[in-house]
Design a protein around this ligand. Structure first.
Ligand SMILES: NC(=O)c1ccc[n+]([C@@H]2O[C@H](COP(=O)([O-])OP(=O)(O)OC[C@H]3O[C@@H](n4cnc5c(N)ncnc54)[C@H](O)[C@@H]3O)[C@@H](O)[C@H]2O)c1
Length: 366
């Protein structure tokens, strides 16, 4: 038996319902902000049923329960795990609770889809990965920007060898004034682990690394700043103790390097700018958001027969399968799942190194 077959065989609901016309996955969702997107995402898979939800906010719990028609509602993840025998749990709480709740869900025999960032630090991420290995359960991180039709199409071009070797990249997510409200968990280090680097930068870092083949980082130089958000928080009389801008230079063991930038505030033209450029030996790519929104353009630049030659990837008209769909599919088909915890951990190691470099003012060897 492979590891994945062993995991599936030990999954209670799969074993119980296999005789009744195909296995089904019983899913629980914890945290109902972005967790509502998980509810939609799980519904894409015909063999996944969200049977339970949990949130510490009773109003949100009731409202989402009504909206999605879910009867089993719990005031905590622990109460949900005690009451329900689940196969998979989505963890969609503030970052501080990712580790603790993932460990509890794994201990209850569930596979886990944890929101990004994986955790508050690499140390926490490592604990989560080790617990998943010990429990022989899966742990996936919701790096959602990978799952769009266009990102998938770009990845297919990479896998087909269109770009040759990537040797340099720049991946950014900047906002002119897009700080989450002051006084909430996003601007509080003890609850979020950091600011826009861990919130937005994590997506652009994962996307670039995924396209580059997840090279191993060797050293990192980073800086963080907070002039705009700190002043605004002081004026509002609210706490704020994370950065409002971070920038880093990451060097990999294959010689490639990546510039990463993320901000919630800055004096720039765009309200929202997301851009990933990768330079390859045969071609380069640019994925960029259109009209400062959340739809993306993607282009490939190369040379053919001595002339500069560009290609354009049209946005797909069909919805792409969600991360939840792909996780369900991998569990049911006993295949490796995308965005595994190992990659989530590598992202956390790089983020830790950027924050450490920013603090010390020196490069960090990894
Ligand atoms: N993948 C993406 O594109 C994406 C987008 C937004 C947020 N996120 C991530 O999702 C997570 C949640 O972010 P959000 O924007 O939904 O935050 P949010 O504050 O809007 O929602 C969090 C919810 O979790 C509940 N909650 C808090 N602590 C809990 C606990 N211990 N147990 C159960 N419920 C608890 C809160 O009551 C709230 O309803 C964060 O890790 C964030 O980084 C990911």
């Amino acid at each position: 038996m492979t590891d994945y077959q062993k995991q599936a065989a030990g999954t209670p609901a799969i074993a119980a319902t296999a005789a009744a016309g195909g296995p089904r996955l019983k899913v629980g969702v914890v945290g109902l902000g972005i967790g509502r997107m998980h509810l939609d995402g799980w519904r894409q898979h015909p063999q996944a049923d969200v049977v339970a939800i949990a949130d510490t906010d009773p109003q949100r719990l009731a409202q989402v329960g009504e909206q999605f028609g879910i009867a089993h509602r719990y005031p905590s993840a622990e109460a949900m795990l005690d009451a329900q025998r689940l196969d998979v749990v989505s963890i969609c709480t503030p970052n501080k609770f990712h580790k603790e709740l993932t460990l509890k869900a794994l201990a209850a025999g569930c596979h886990v889809l944890c929101e990004k960032p994986m955790a508050m630090s690499a140390a926490e991420g490592r604990e989560m990965l080790e617990a998943a290995r010990r429990a022989e359960r899966r742990l996936m991180i919701n790096f959602s920007f990978r799952f769009t039709a266009q990102s998938r199409a770009l990845k297919s071009q990479v896998d087909a060898g269109v770009f040759g070797e990537f040797y340099f990249g720049r991946s950014v997510w900047h906002r002119r004034k897009g700080m989450p409200g002051f006084g909430g968990w996003f601007g509080t280090k003890a609850l979020a682990g950091g600011g826009p680097l861990i919130d937005l930068g994590v997506h652009r870092l994962d996307l670039a690394l995924w396209l580059m083949g997840y090279p191993k980082p060797t050293w990192v130089m980073g800086s963080t700043y907070d002039p705009i958000a700190r002043q605004a928080a002081e004026q509002a009389g609210k706490p704020f103790d994370v950065e409002d801008l971070a920038a880093a230079f990451i060097r990999f063991d294959n010689g490639a390097s990546l510039v990463l930038e993320a901000s919630w505030a800055g004096h720039i033209r765009e309200a929202e700018l997301m851009e990933t450029r990768l330079f390859g030996t045969r071609a380069g790519l640019l994925q960029k958001n259109l009209n400062e929104g959340y739809t993306f353009d993607a282009e490939i630049f190369t040379e053919q027969h001595g002339a500069a030659f560009d290609m354009h990837l049209h946005p797909s008209t069909e919805a792409a399968p969600s991360a939840m769909h792909d996780f369900a599919e991998a569990i049911l088909r006993e295949q490796p799942h995308p965005a595994p915890a190992e990659e989530g951990l590598r992202v956390m190691e790089i983020l830790d190194a950027i924050y450490e470099s920013a603090r010390s003012g020196r490069p960090v060897e990894m």
